[in-house]
Write a protein that binds this ligand. Structure first.
Ligand code: DQA
Length: 144
């Protein structure tokens, strides 16, 4: 059975409560349920994680090297700062999709640059939490 990782960076544990005018009212548990529907239907295993710690996200990416055909990642603020997450993704051979709930290009200029985009096969921004499903659908199609 093929495995996919969906990884979430800092503050996304507060999804649904944090700045709902930007990120909406759906929770990370809602996102996980929507992702699981798609992977179940595709006969794939889903590993869905969130952490506020950069090292933990890196460790999951390393774990995915051994086991997964693709990663969907919302690195949150680490998008704009983390060469270490980029390096970890560059050490992963499978598909990588980057998701942002908000349209980062419509926001502060510090959000316009993404280290992760240098590695991502596709980027979804501004589609709300549906961006996770769109990214996963694309990954499933390519990995099938
Ligand atoms: C985000 C956008 C980032 O700039 C921000 O730091 C986040 C969430 C998004 O999903 O829109 O925490 O990745």
């Amino acid at each position: 059975m093929k495995t996919v990782y969906v990884l979430n960076g800092p503050n996304l544990n507060l999804l649904g409560k944090r700045q709902p005018e930007i990120y909406g009212r759906e929770t990370l548990a809602d996102v996980e349920a929507a992702c699981r529907k798609l992977t179940d239907a595709a006969g794939m295993e889903l590993r869905f994680h969130q952490s506020n710690a950069e090292f933990q996200l890196i460790d999951w990416i390393h774990e995915a090297r051994e086991t997964a055909c693709g990663i969907v990642i919302n690195p949150a603020a680490f998008t704009h700062t983390s060469v270490a997450i980029l390096d970890a993704l560059n050490a992963f051979d499978g598909l990588v999709f980057e998701v942002h709930i908000s349209n980062v290009h419509k926001r502060e200029s510090f959000r316009h640059h993404s280290y992760v985009s240098l590695r991502a096969d596709g980027v979804l921004a501004g589609c709300g939490v549906q961006g996770y499903e769109l990214a996963l659908q694309r990954l499933i199609r390519l990995a099938a």
